[in-house]
Design a protein around this ligand. Structure first.
Ligand code: BGC
Ligand code: ZN
Length: 377
């Protein structure tokens, strides 16, 4: 079957010929893939030749954001049946550490995990995939055209979950106990900055806005760019960070009480690091972008450490997501799309059939947010 991915020792993206996978264990499911979304990780794999191919293989199919339909199930499969629409998670645990043994491989302690389409396992830019039922999440048919966003939204869900768990140390961010991070209406009195208005930044902004968080979003595109337009459409404030220092960006979010949350979703290492110097008291800074390049900067180590201590600040990294975050994402896709009328459809700026993969992977233009690849039947 046709697949698209990377080849050892070769630049760029290539068509591959892979055998059609078959069910081999009773708990496995065969899925026919319908749509695959591309994200920054996919573009960087190609741009920076990050060839994380399994030993003994000379190629790897890419693609880790998908929606498809169950074609066949093993005899022990209970939760899905042929014809069901599903999405599949990305990471497969190391099989050794406690988090991985308890469905939390996003928190793997050994680093010996694999990831479909990214790290040593074939991804979903192909016609079929087989996996264990535990990695397959049923999705409602009504949202078929939007479910390709489940995986990226699950990354935002995990980041926000981490914020809420960690900041439960702080019940009194405002005078209202019902706005504590542990409460349903946790966002109402909070201010946040999201760095980066790509798909992850916009999805995170949508979630924050759904919870009434007053949100600023910075990126380096001009005010008339579609990303800035989407930010405003979400009821957030766009801050153009081009040629601005981290301090200037934060000053542009001039808000009484300061920012409670900074969510880094750009992977721009220099800005990410500089922002550390200017965080508010008791705030939390979540980093989700994985930088591939950055300047060698001079940093004032003493100042960073002293501020962190004096101001009770938290910096936390958040990567990947597990099944529970996929379920949260599925719960929120409908409300996000209806509250911000059709924003998810609008985010799909580029669409290609799988056969057009070279075009899909070519350098994104200024109007680009999300590319979706349709896998032809
Ligand atoms: C994916 C995550 C993955 C991470 C690091 C992201 O693009 O969405 O699932 O863990 O890359 O490989
Ligand atoms: Zn593990």
């Amino acid at each position: 079957m046709l697949a698209v991915g990377i080849v050892k020792g070769k630049e760029g993206v290539h068509s591959l010929d892979l055998p059609k996978p078959e069910i081999q264990q009773p708990d496995e499911v065969l899925v026919r893939i319908r749509q695959v979304g591309l994200d920054g990780t996919d573009f960087s794999i190609i741009r920076h030749q990050l060839h994380d191919i399994a030993e003994g293989r000379d190629s790897m199919a890419m693609g880790h954001e998908m929606v498809g339909a169950v074609e066949e199930v093993g005899s022990a499969v209970k939760g899905v049946a042929p014809g069901d629409l599903v999405t599949m998670t990305v990471r497969r645990g190391c099989g050794q550490c406690h988090p991985c043994l308890h469905n939390q491989s996003d928190m793997c302690m050994t680093g010996l995990y694999t990831e479909r389409g990214i790290h040593k396992l074939d991804g979903y830019l192909t016609e079929y995939a087989v996996d264990q039922e535990q990695y397959i999440v049923k999705v409602p048919p009504e949202l078929m055209e939007l479910e390709v966003f489940t995986e990226p939204l699950s990354i935002a869900e995990k980041g926000i979950e981490q914020i809420r768990i960690i900041q439960s140390r702080l019940p009194w961010t405002c005078p209202h106990p019902e706005h504590a991070f542990t409460s349903e209406s946790w966002g109402t009195c909070l201010n946040a900055l999201v760095v980066g208005a790509g798909p992850l930044g916009l999805l995170t902004t949508a979630l924050l806005r759904l919870h009434e968080v007053n949100t600023y979003v910075s990126d380096i595109v001009p005010e008339e760019n579609i990303k800035a337009h989407m930010v405003r459409h979400l009821g957030a404030t766009y801050v153009n960070a081009r040629d601005r220092t981290a301090k200037e960006v934060l000053d542009a979010c001039s808000i009484a009480g300061g920012l409670n949350i900074v969510f880094e979703a750009s992977g721009a290492a220099d800005m990410a690091l500089q922002l550390i110097n200017h965080l508010s008291r008791s705030s939390i800074y979540v980093m989700t972008g994985i930088p591939r390049e950055g300047l060698l900067m001079q940093i004032d180590a003493a100042q960073i450490v002293a501020e962190l201590v004096r101001k009770n600040q938290v910096i936390v990294g958040s990567v990947n997501s597990n099944r529970t975050h996929f379920e949260m994402a599925l719960r929120d896709i409908g409300p996000i799309n209806s509250r911000f009328d059709g924003m998810l459809q609008e985010m799909i700026t580029h669409r290609h059939p799988l056969s057009d993969f070279q075009q899909a992977f070519s350098d994104p233009d200024a109007k680009h947010i999300k590319t979706v690849i349709d896998i032809e039947p």
